[in-house]
Design a protein around this ligand. Structure first.
Ligand code: C2E
Ligand code: MG
Ligand code: MG
Ligand code: MG
Length: 284
């Protein structure tokens, strides 16, 4: 019996692999025209300040409406775009689109909002990256300090002079820089000291476990303290439960983002939810 089960597993595994391969080929082929066919759009997820419960700003998250496959997650197509280089024009589109949105956005009387944009390591490798970013911000007359670039560790870990000099140039110009997904991949505390960042985002895989007596609970509590001692701010992402929020608040976490407060939304939905809640969701 175990033999036939094993045989079935192999068959499923192979079918699964064939399916995955076809899907990848399909995605890769339709990624190139997707930009000029206007199949991408941005969803916006609010980020809230713990101290007063007000909105700090929002993170722009790309979505792709594929004509046959439906909405495809960035977790699936961004790695492919990074592999074939399309992430560079796609990344520029994201920044332009986010700038347009920020310019046209109601700030709900909350003062200047910060818009966070994810930047791929591949984009950072381009020596003209900093110049391109500042150019796009100028085009849209956006205050440099209202943009936060979210970078990830794995790439910057390479610590190339190129990457560091782009980031320093942006930082000097006033652009904010956040280290995203902290705690995953090639996390290193050294990055906290060496990278020119303002802010650290603790990955949701850590936040998920903090309401249990877990290692994650101890790590996140200490991390908030450490990050503050380094003079940086901290955002917790993936907050889904009130208990998680209460703990983060008691530890002095600066900002929170997650389904508990708001999912990624289209701009109309975001406006509506802000108006309905008067800028502070019931969960805060
Ligand atoms: P990320 O930058 O860490 O973004 C946060 C992800 O967590 C988003 O997934 C968001 O929808 C999800 N999330 C937010 N709150 C919760 C929560 O309470 N629970 C759970 N389970 N998830 C939550 P999304 O939109 O699918 O994006 C996945 C990743 O794709 C992003 O992770 C980011 O690394 C990448 N990405 C998204 N947009 C872009 C982009 O414009 N450019 C680049 N280079 N990467 C992008
Ligand atoms: Mg992010
Ligand atoms: Mg993240
Ligand atoms: Mg990420």
């Amino acid at each position: 019996q175990s033999k036939s089960e094993g045989g079935n597993r192999t068959l499923f595994y192979n079918l699964d692999n064939t399916y995955r391969l076809h899907r990848r080929i399909d995605i890769e082929a339709s990624l190139r025209p997707a930009l000029y066919m206007r199949q991408f759009y941005l969803a916006y997820q609010p980020i809230f300040r713990v101290s007063d419960g007000k909105m700090r700003g929002f993170e722009a998250l790309i979505r792709w409406k594929h004509p046959e496959l439906g909405v495809i997650s960035p977790a699936e197509f961004i790695p492919i775009a990074e592999h074939n280089g399309l992430i560079v024009p796609i990344g520029e589109w994201v920044l332009r689109e986010a700038c347009k949105r920020l310019a046209g956005m109601n700030n709900y009387g909350l003062g200047p909002l910060i818009i966070s944009v994810n930047i791929s390591p591949v984009q950072l490798q381009d020596p003209t990256f900093a110049q391109t970013v500042l150019h796009i911000l100028d085009e849209h007359d956006i205050d440099y300090s209202s943009i936060e670039l979210e970078i990830t560790e794995n790439v910057t870990l390479k610590h190339s002079e190129k990457v560091l000099s782009s980031l320093s140039k942006l930082r000097c110009a006033g652009v904010r820089i956040a280290l995203d997904d902290f705690g995953t991949g090639y996390s290193s505390l050294v990055n906290l000291k060496q990278l020119p960042i303002h802010c650290l985002k603790i990955d949701k895989s850590f936040i998920r476990e903090i309401d249990l007596p877990s290692a994650e609970r101890l790590i996140v509590e200490s991390l908030v303290d450490l990050v503050h001692k380094l003079g940086l701010e901290v955002i917790a992402e993936g907050v889904e439960y009130k208990e998680q929020y209460e703990l983060l608040k008691s530890w002095g976490c600066d900002y929170v983002q997650g389904f508990l407060f708001g999912k990624p939304m289209n701009p109309g939905q975001l406006d509506l939810s802000m108006i309905k809640t008067n800028g502070t969701p019931a969960s805060l």
